[in-house]
Design a protein around this ligand. Structure first.
Ligand code: ACO
Length: 429
């Protein structure tokens, strides 16, 4: 007989099945808990709650392991292109040559964004945050494809929307960058691959059509996109799944994911890390002082790019990014902020506060240094996270839409407010 967990509620014993994942992860299936006992569970921040089963990504935070569809992140980052990894996440296997050709050429067919979007885009206030612009633009994009808003779409229609969203994300993100600089939009150049095309739309100029990004930078960017593509049930992916569970359209779900990613405790941390390193640099580079601030419970400052809900060991993505940073700096020249980052990491990793809480550098700690070296301004960093994460969100939506057991996400709560009372007339209050 398979394992069970016994729970005693108000003196009565109940048994719940223990289910085991393919990598040995165990979960107590409490789906019948309330029906049987009248009780719910309370788990603030979902620290112990599995919200779904999933075949996409395996993560072992204690060991620092990250796999997509069985392939290690190290293997993928070293050998694959971002679009191969995208195919893997979306369809469950690496593409063969013909599948890859079809996938990449279909994406290229959709790289242009409807010019109608420009009117809305141009009305955004100058200097407004790129993530706010991106989330609005993606939600608005759906309005140009009214059939895609129908919740009962065919598999083919869903796939078309997925490829369209993937294709247009770099175009929209580059438009945001160009507008920020007051420069005209550079249109997609479909002779380039996904990454080079994005860099061309961003750093190329209409007056300089011969712009060619350095292959080392294209390769670093490819790696960064792979490392950010998926990370199982994080805040933004859970948001996408919750919104998607109501059968909202894919544009709305991805827009919601972008909004969730924006927060400084999630994807927004990459911008905050560079701002923090710059502050430390201008403050004289006294790393010990800033580590002490991060440890001080009276001070709201946290060491940005440190700590993770799931990793209680090195974030494997941070290890790869740190190595990649050196390759980029060989081309672009050294950045004094790297030295501060290295000192900060060394000091924190020797400090009892960080050791006892198992706080290690996360994916955001070094990524901003590379983005900065590539020439991106800080407000664009989280946008650079959103481009690849869109594929992860879409893969989770494919899984959700194909899951016959899927239900609308609707958590319960533990009510702690006022108990029942009677209405009193306005004049008598
Ligand atoms: N600096 C200082 N102390 C920290 C940090 C940090 N970066 N991170 C966690 N702690 C401390 C907390 O104060 C808490 O201490 P306590 O037990 O004495 O109260 C303990 O470590 C546990 O922290 P929680 O906030 O409870 O952990 P949680 O899992 O909820 O939060 C999070 C994880 C949000 C990532 C947190 O570590 C953090 O705020 N880090 C900085 C922001 C950041 O880098 N975010 C990016 C995460 S990666 C991503 O989303 C792509």
């Amino acid at each position: 007989m398979s394992e069970t967990a016994k729970i005693i509620v108000e003196g009565k014993e109940y048994e719940f099945p223990i289910i085991v994942g393919t990598e040995g992860e165990k979960a107590i299936d409490i789906s019948k808990l309330r029906d049987l006992t009248g009780h719910i569970t309370l788990d603030i921040g979902f620290k112990n709650t599995g919200s779904t089963k999933s075949d996409i990504t395996f993560l072992d935070g204690e060991e620092g392991i990250l796999h997509h569809r069985g392939y290690s992140i190290e293997d993928l980052a070293e050998h694959a292109s971002f679009l191969e990894v995208s195919y893997l996440l979306l369809y469950g296997k690496l593409p063969n040559a013909a599948e890859y050709e079809e996938f990449t050429s279909t994406i290229k067919e959709h790289t242009l964004a409807n010019e109608g979007l420009l009117a809305m885009f141009n009305s955004f206030p100058t200097g407004s945050h790129p993530m706010g612009q991106l989330s609005s633009m993606v939600a608005a994009l759906g309005l140009y494809y009214p059939k895609a808003l129908n919740p009962h779409r065919s598999e083919e229609a869903i796939n078309r929307t997925i490829l369209r969203l993937m294709a247009k994300m770099p175009t929209i993100c580059a438009m945001i960058y160009k507008k920020r600089n007051g420069h005209p939009t550079v249109y997609p150049k479909n002779s380039l691959d996904y990454v080079a095309n994005y860099l061309n739309m961003t750093f190329g100029q209409v007056t300089m059509p011969e712009y060619e990004p350095d292959p080392v930078l294209v390769s670093a960017m490819n790696k960064l996109l792979i490392l950010h593509a998926d990370h199982e049930q994080n805040c933004s992916t859970s948001t996408v799944r919750i919104v998607g569970s109501s059968q909202a359209n894919l544009y709305a779900t991805i827009s919601a994911g972008i909004s969730a990613l924006w927060g400084p405790l999630h994807g927004g941390a990459n911008q905050e890390v560079i701002e923090m390193l710059e502050k430390i640099h201008h403050d004289g580079g006294d790393v010990d002082k800033w580590v002490a601030k991060a440890k001080d419970k009276e001070d709201p400052f946290r060491l940005m790019g440190f700590g993770h809900r799931v990793y209680k060991n090195f974030d494997p993505r941070a290890v790869i990014i740190k190595k990649s940073a050196y390759e980029v700096f060989e081309v672009t020249g050294m950045n004094p902020l790297l030295e501060i980052a290295l000192k900060l990491e060394e000091t924190a990793l020797k400090d009892d506060y960080f050791i006892s809480r198992k706080l290690y550098p996360n994916v955001d700690f070094y990524s901003g240094l590379i983005y900065q070296a590539l020439g991106f301004p800080e407000e664009m960093f989280t946008v650079l996270f959103a481009i690849p994460r869109t594929v992860g969100w879409l893969a989770h939506m494919v899984e959700l839409l194909g899951d016959k057991e899927q239900k609308i996400s609707r958590p319960r709560q533990w009510y702690t407010g006022q108990d029942e009372r009677s209405y009193t007339d306005l004049q008598k209050r």
